[in-house]
Design a protein. Structure first.
Lengths: 470, 289
């Protein structure tokens, strides 16, 4: 019965990814440069929208409830654009995962990109893998303190810049930067920067692969989108085994040099097969290709593979072409759905009117009797002017019945709406006592608003309640 | 329970805990240690939280927390902040000339929005949430006004009320109960006359006799042609709007026993700014003159 007590909690195994060069590493450097560039620079792009509106190209203006994206301005009631983009992002993720496995994780996920950046800094200050292992095991002397502190300070600077860039998306960037430096910015700006600085520093510097393995739900969901035709990073075990240093007919191509293991940022051995920890960053492919080139073997002992090809490859046949794996029912369905929503959104963007009209019939009471016996209905008309200049709208009524239109507080039928804002106007529709609309239950009518100076117009259908309305 | 140490599961290659239930083994996938530390941290955080903020229920209340935080104080702070934000508009409204209020768009919008809120809280009990009134309580949406429908008259009525005994300046008039003064057939004639001048079905013969009675008894307040007199709060009897109903029974009741609608004065309770706000709100409901 007695046994050594088993550990219930595992300490984090330190990982020291070795430097690697190659096609995928270069590709990832480019992705890092582009994504970080977009993230840090976007808030600083200016876009002239006229005097009444902000000139920041991308701005989430929470206080005024507007989202600006270059020439597009989204109002809160147009949130379906954001919902549509989120659905497209989701479907896009499904598509890429079913075709290419965890490419998002390996190439574009912020956790991967920032970890890569932090490892780059680490390597630059403390040296490559062997030096870092030595430093890890070394006593905490002056040199170790100096290297560690330098590294942490650089990390911290990157982390502050990361949190700092985030807040610029929510208000005018140059103004906020001035305020931040003068300690006059709102407390929420400093809090946001502090929280994002802490998470970036912690996740990029110390948590790294732990975030992917234990905190992120995505790896667990992905299994549902992958199948035997999904291209993932794998080891051609039939070509590599039995592995060994000897170089003769009894051994496979794998010389057990551990290059693939040493470069892995997740600390796994890809030769054990597909595993949950693998983010398919493809660095082991670069590492192995480098070794294969040196010992004069073909590249691709570790490569992007589809499990479906395994029997063919074992039999000595070449794998099927990539498009054969990528073009299959589920990817076609994902692509179709993705394009469909994208096309709908673009269509919606183009038919979007620069005026917006809502008509809310007042039903408390359903109608009012006037002193001459006329029946009056009230409507709350909300008019949105999405342009940067004030506009005048003429309001009119179309109906088969005889009805009169009046505006509260005005003898005219003109509503003026200030730039980029909404106006509410009480509108009255009146039926004379002798006209049928006053006596019957309901009469359909349509309210039109037309820009006095352009051909922009909008209409809403509503109804008029007569005395027979219960 | 355990048969051997460090048993490795064949399928997964992971060590088991050695626990075996009828052949079902438990894999030992240890939690990361930092996860455990996070768990301890939440406990420490939780204890600290209950010390810092109101938490533990006691007999007469709860521990107040060392930070002295209270949601009630936060609400009071928010209200004070909004009062501060609106103080300029509030002062301007209290000093505003009602006849020119609509020209100041920002102040007018503020007054109407504030007036709507006060109306719902203080006025809707009698006049209805949509201001449509009820029998005996005037409809504020239509174009018929007992005491005048321009914004200053509306404000006066709100400020001093109608026929109340608390405000010396209240609107006042009192219709006599004609049941003690007129004979029954005279009353029937007046009722038919009123039906006639308001364009409803009536008995022409009775109405003709009623016209004389009306001239003698009613025209002093309601005017000879029955259009009423706003100075006396005497309603217009020729239009389509009836506070107590326009059928024979309702009219007979009114003539015999009279009506005596009361509205309390609101000027002191609401204060100057809110009184004007309600006036502005009521004035823009559709009947304002």
């Amino acid at each position: 019965m007695s046994e050594t007590p088993q550990p219930l909690y595992a300490p984090q195994e330190p990982i020291f990814p070795r430097r690697v060069t190659g096609f995928f590493r270069t590709f990832k450097w480019w992705i890092m440069a582009v994504t970080l560039g977009i993230y840090y620079l976007t808030p600083w792009i200016r876009w002239d929208r006229g005097p009444a509106l902000p000139d920041q190209a991308v701005l989430v203006d929470l206080a005024n409830r507007r989202f600006y994206f270059f020439w597009i301005e989204i109002w809160p009631h147009e949130f379906y654009f954001v919902a549509g983009l989120l659905i497209m992002a989701g479907l896009g993720l499904f598509l890429f995962t079913s075709a290419l496995g965890r490419v998002w994780c390996g190439y574009a996920c912020p956790q991967t990109v920032w970890t890569d950046l932090f490892i780059l800094v680490e390597r630059w200050i403390e040296g490559d893998r062997n030096a870092r292992v030595r430093l890890w095991n070394a006593k905490w002397d002056v040199k170790k303190w100096r290297l560690r502190l330098t590294k942490w300070i650089v990390w911290l600077v990157i982390a502050v810049a990361t949190g700092g860039a985030w807040v610029f998306y929510f208000t005018d960037a140059p103004t906020l930067l001035r305020d931040l430096l003068a300690f006059e910015a709102p407390i929420i700006a400093y809090t946001t920067i502090a929280v994002l600085t802490a998470t970036t520093f912690l996740f990029g510097g110390f948590m790294r692969e732990q975030v992917c393995i234990y905190m992120c739900p995505w790896p667990r969901i992905q299994g549902a989108m992958m199948d035997d035709d999904t291209l993932t990073v794998g080891y051609r075990e039939w070509r590599g085994e039995p592995r060994g240093k000897k170089h003769d007919d009894t051994t496979g191509d794998c010389i057990d040099c551990m290059a693939c293991v040493n470069v892995c940022p997740m600390g796994i051995d890809i030769r054990d097969g597909q595993q949950m920890e693998c983010i398919t960053c493809a660095l082991c492919i670069d590492a192995c290709d480098d070794i294969m080139a040196r010992i004069g073997k073909d590249r691709g002992l570790i490569d992007y593979l589809a499990l479906a090809d395994e029997p063919r490859e074992r039999a000595g046949n070449p794998p099927r072409p990539i498009w054969h794996h990528i073009l299959r029912t589920r990817t076609v369905i994902y692509t179709t759905l993705w394009s469909l929503i994208g096309a709908l959104l673009i269509f919606a963007l183009f038919i979007r009117s620069d005026i917006d009209l809502t008509v809310e019939p007042v039903r408390n009471p359903t109608f009012t009797t006037l002193s001459d016996g006329s029946i009056r209905n009230t409507y709350l008309v909300r008019l949105r002017n999405k342009l940067g200049e004030p506009r005048e709208f003429r309001i009119s009524l179309r109906s088969d019945a005889l009805l009169r239109l009046e505006l509260e507080g005005s003898d005219q039928r003109i509503i003026t709406v200030a730039p980029d804002s909404t106006t509410q106007q009480r509108v009255y529709v009146i039926a004379r006592p002798q006209d049928p609309a006053a006596s019957i239950d309901r009469t359909d009518l349509r309210l039109w608003v037309e820009d006095v100076n352009s051909d922009a117009r909008a209409s809403r259908d509503t109804s008029f309640n007569g005395k027979a309305n219960p | 329970m355990a048969d051997k140490k460090n048993d490795i599961d064949e399928t997964s290659g992971i060590e088991t805990t050695g626990h075996n239930w009828d052949g079902i083994k438990e894999l030992n996938n240890p939690l990361p240690r930092w996860w455990l530390w996070c768990f301890y941290l939440t406990i420490i955080w939780g204890v600290g939280y209950t010390i810092a903020y109101p938490a533990w229920p006691m007999i007469t209340g709860a521990t107040s927390g060392v930070l002295g935080y209270s949601t009630r104080a936060e609400v009071a702070q928010d209200i004070a902040r909004f009062d501060e934000q609106n103080s300029a508009l509030e002062t301007a409204l209290a000093d505003a000339d009602l006849t020119t209020l609509a020209e100041n768009e920002e102040l007018h919008r503020y007054a109407v929005a504030g007036g709507a809120a006060v109306f719902r809280a203080q006025c809707s009990q009698c006049h209805g949430s949509g201001a449509a009134g009820a029998t005996g309580y005037p409809n504020l949406l239509d174009d018929d006004w007992l005491w005048g429908g321009d914004i200053e008259n509306i404000a006066y009525t709100i400020r001093h009320g109608v026929r109340n005994e608390t405000d010396f300046d209240a609107r006042w008039s009192e219709m006599p109960a004609f049941g003690d003064i007129l004979e029954r057939d005279e009353i029937d004639g007046v009722v038919q006359h009123v039906l006639a001048i308001s364009g409803q079905d009536h008995d022409a013969e009775l109405a003709a006799t009623g016209a004389e009675v009306f001239y003698d008894q009613c025209s002093a307040c309601h005017a000879e042609d029955g259009v009423g007199n706003r100075d006396l709060g005497a309603p217009n009897l020729t239009d389509a709007i009836w506070l107590y109903g326009s059928d024979v029974a309702a009219l007979t009741e009114t003539v015999r026993n009279a009506r005596f609608g009361i509205m309390p004065p609101w000027g002191e309770r609401l204060g100057e700014a809110d009184t004007k706000a309600v006036a502005a709100y009521v004035h823009q409901l559709g009947g304002g003159e």
